[in-house]
Design a protein around this ligand. Sequence first.
Ligand SMILES: [Zn+2]
Length: 218
Amino acid sequence: MNGDVLTPSRAAINIVKWLRTYLGGSAPLITDLDLVRQMLPGSPYGKGVTAIKGPAAITWSGCEGALVRNPENPTEWGIFYHPDARAERQRFTVAHELGHFVLHRERTTDFQCASGSVYSGSDALALMEREANVFASHLLMPGDLFTQAIRDTTVDLRFLSELATRFAVSFEALCIRFIEYTELRAILICWDNGFLDYECRSATARRTRAKVKREGDC
Ligand SMILES: [Zn+2]
């Protein structure tokens, strides 16, 4: 790691590289999270850890996913996910918890993640949640494969939906990655039960202060 600051995207990029080396140079669109989980304890990002167990279904409520250190064996960690979530959502949750393992496990021994915790809780907790999401996004949709998939293509909602299926991620996760990547003026608005949940803007949309035209606007 050469003393450099380990950003979430850099950590994910390095893990993807190790994975491809292990796979003899192939670069599958669907990241094998089980392999990542098994590989991490033997990697520079897993010092002092012998195993990451799971993922296992959560048996307590109010939680989307969790990463917990074994209280009886501090060299073991376990990942948990909510069994009622859709398969692609479960995958993102597992990748998110792997992000906590790589980036944050020195800070606490118990991460319990709710779907809205990116926007709530203390600033430090919300930052950790955002970092784990960025890590998951780059692990599940590596930049080079994402660029290849989108290059010379007319991007519309149908294409993005098909791309989400190819990467085995949710449409929402794919759109967030696209907004981060694109040079277009793009804004993602997520509504939940008629209320604005959150809004993501591409760099160009932020720079040009793009406005969303809502019903009733002139
Ligand atoms: Zn989390």
